[in-house]
Design a protein around this ligand. Structure first.
Ligand SMILES: [Zn+2]
Length: 116
């Protein structure tokens, strides 16, 4: 038995988790996900020892399923140097409008009256 299952599959110029790949292509009689994508390229399994990241890009990189309804995180790698990591942790949080006042979330009970 081979326990080294692919972490994802490459097709349609993107990468997809095994669940989405199986949805798209099914499994052959050997239990493998195989097929040909819309570009005519074979579906290629990617293993944990395969290099999926950008080696020249010294950032924290994540491998996420390319299916917009799934976006399962498949793997991640941190190629930053210790100096980069320190600089990132000291950087101020970006004000991106996410910090809306949570007190605006109120329950509206004015329509409910106690009936006897
Ligand atoms: Zn997926």
């Amino acid at each position: 038995m081979n326990d080294h299952k692919p972490i994802c599959y490459q097709y349609n110029a993107n990468r997809y988790c095994p669940v989405c790949a199986e949805d798209d292509f099914g499994r052959d009689s050997s239990g493998h996900i195989t097929g040909v994508d819309s570009d005519g390229n074979e579906v290629t399994p990617l293993f944990s020892w395969d290099e999926w990241w950008e080696p020249g890009d010294a950032t924290k990189q994540t491998l996420v399923c390319g299916n917009g309804g799934c976006e399962l995180m498949l793997d991640s790698i941190d190629l930053r140097t210790d100096a980069d990591r320190l600089a990132d942790s000291q950087r101020a949080q970006p004000g991106d409008g996410w910090s809306e006042n949570p007190s605006r979330f109120t329950t509206d009970l004015t329509g409910i009256r106690e009936t006897l």
